[in-house]
Design a protein around this ligand. Sequence first.
Ligand code: SF4
Ligand code: SF4
Length: 190
Amino acid sequence: MINPPATVRDASFLHEVISETPGGERIVHCMQCGSCAGSCPNGPDMDHTPRVLFALIAAGQRKKVLSSNTMWCCVSCYACTSRCPQNIPVTDIMYALKRISLREGMANTTDAPALAQTFTGLLDRYGRSFEFGLASRYYLFNKPLSMLRMGPLGLRMFTRGRMSLRPSKIRQLDQLQAIIEKARQLGGTA
Ligand code: SF4
Ligand code: SF4
């Protein structure tokens, strides 16, 4: 049985999550009401709902939390955050868990990290998404065989003008890159 936050056994992981999240100290006020889980559109796909995840964090279940798919199923809709009666920044904690999980090499139960890294790489380079580049790089480096299956879909999108074969950069890309670089320095990620 998963213990609630009131019965914290190993506080080091809890402190780690708190230090990674602006306002994260509010997690200790989680009362396991389940409003976050009930609001989450992706709860059924998650290994653990946000409510259970927070109980696991409080219980010091570092490996179980960081290797779960929960934070990677989060689509940042903020429904949980807006409904949490304790004003816990649930969505921001999901982001913190993604960062820790990537850093520790524990994000290996889902394709989402590879997709996210390909996506952010394109943002770094062009300042906006580039669907053709995203799909081709992601499949080429992660699922080369699936690339053949996705080919017809890509062709249909291209012929209907829904996908460009060439990326375009935003204006003043250098300013966005400076902001991203600063955010990475502050967030402690390379
Ligand atoms: S809604 Fe808030 S208090 Fe309730 S379980 Fe979720 S995080 Fe905890
Ligand atoms: S922000 Fe993430 S965890 Fe919260 S309700 Fe939306 S998908 Fe679920």
